[in-house]
Design a protein around this ligand. Structure first.
Ligand code: 3HC
Length: 311
């Protein structure tokens, strides 16, 4: 019966076994995975917009080629993740419809505008840096298809972070105006990057269950701390100042003490009030409408081929 099956499921998860699509799983496990994986996929797809805004305005052919490759990678990350979510019984159309209707979440970070070229390097450095902190442990998430998607994604993510940090490094080694651009971008992207890890653990409704079922391997606050500890020395190495007056090294905990993000801003942006959230949704809806003819053609072509095969 269900109690026995739940006990057997929890024993498998506790033994660090992967749960596969055809295995028995509690409905709540399936539901929270569809929630998290689809929102992760939406984040990858919406995340292409802020950077896409600068492909036509990159300062050199080299930077343009790197940015094109990165944005293309993000599209692929979205596809891997939608496919992983589909193994749980949801459909791509269902997930896309939820996003376009404003019913599904995607990472708050992508609702902030990219105002200067320094933002593009800073996104690679901080946003992909934060994504690496969060995604490396997800390679051991208990759901097999999600973990395997993460292995592919993490390989590309480190290129994303390095190219970003190198672009910011170039600005810091440039003219005083260029260094000021890099500091301005850090000032605007630091706190939203910390928000990517989610609310504090004591305000996180999903963490307890996700940790018990090993969907999450570390809590939001633990990963946020790791990100700060790794990133502060990177900023100092290129002469930038982290915009947090409370930041200081704490010898006892062998890590930094730091201030709290503005959680009211966080929840407002989660609820869809981000600075450019409306633009992001409009862009995604326009892309869906403009692409209808491609979907129709592909479906018509598939139907013709099926008829030919059947004949
Ligand atoms: N943006 C939007 N919503 C957020 C959020 C954020 N930064 N942080 C938390 N939330 C939402 C959660 O989705 C949840 O709402 P829901 O129950 O309706 O889904 C609510 O706030 C409470 O948060 P919890 O901590 O309880 O939720 P989780 O346990 O799911 O933790 C998470 C949030 C850490 C983001 C987790 O979902 C996760 O690890 N997701 C996978 C990674 C991911 O989605 N990263 C997003 C960025 S992708 C990216 O950066 C790609 C790179 O290539 C640039």
């Amino acid at each position: 019966d269900d109690a026995e099956r739940l006990a057997a499921f929890e024993a498998r998860v506790a033994a660090d076994e992967f749960i596969e699509p055809k295995d028995w799983m509690p409905d709540a496990y399936r539901k929270t995975l569809v929630r998290q994986i689809s929102q992760h996929a939406h984040s990858e797809i919406v995340g292409m917009l802020p950077e896409g805004n600068w492909i036509g305005r990159a300062p050199s052919l080299r930077r343009k080629a790197i940015l094109l490759a990165k944005v293309q990678d993000e599209a692929g990350h979205g596809l891997y993740l939608y496919c992983a979510a589909e193994t749980l019984g949801t459909s791509r159309d269902e997930m896309t419809a939820a996003l376009l209707a404003g019913k599904a979440k995607y990472s708050t970070i992508f609702n902030y505008p990219t105002l200067t070229w320094a933002d593009i390097g800073t996104i690679g450095w901080l946003v992909d840096g934060a994504a690496i902190m969060n995604q490396v442990p997800l390679q051991r998430t208990s759901y097999g298809p999600y973990a395997r998607a993460m292995v592919r994604i993490c390989k590309e993510e480190s290129f994303h972070q390095r190219q970003g940090y190198e672009a910011v490094m170039a600005l810091c080694a440039g003219t005083p105006e260029q260094k000021a651009m890099a500091q301005d971008a850090l000032n605007r992207w630091w706190w939203p990057s910390l928000m990517m890890f989610g609310p504090p653990d004591d305000a996180s409704p999903n963490t307890e269950q996700s940790m018990r079922w090993r969907i999450k391997r570390d809590t939001n606050d633990a990963l946020r701390q790791k990100f700060v500890d790794v990133t502060v020395p990177q900023a100092e190495a290129i002469g930038l100042t982290i915009p947090d007056p409370a930041l200081r090294w704490n010898e006892d905990k062998d890590g930094y003490d730091f201030g709290q993000p503005d959680w009211d801003e966080f929840w407002a942006v989660v609820k869809g009030d981000g600075p450019v959230a409306a633009d992001r949704m409009a862009a995604r809806n326009k892309a869906w409408d403009d692409g209808a003819w491609v979907r129709d053609a592909a479906i018509a072509h598939a139907e013709k081929r099926a008829l030919k095969r059947a004949a």
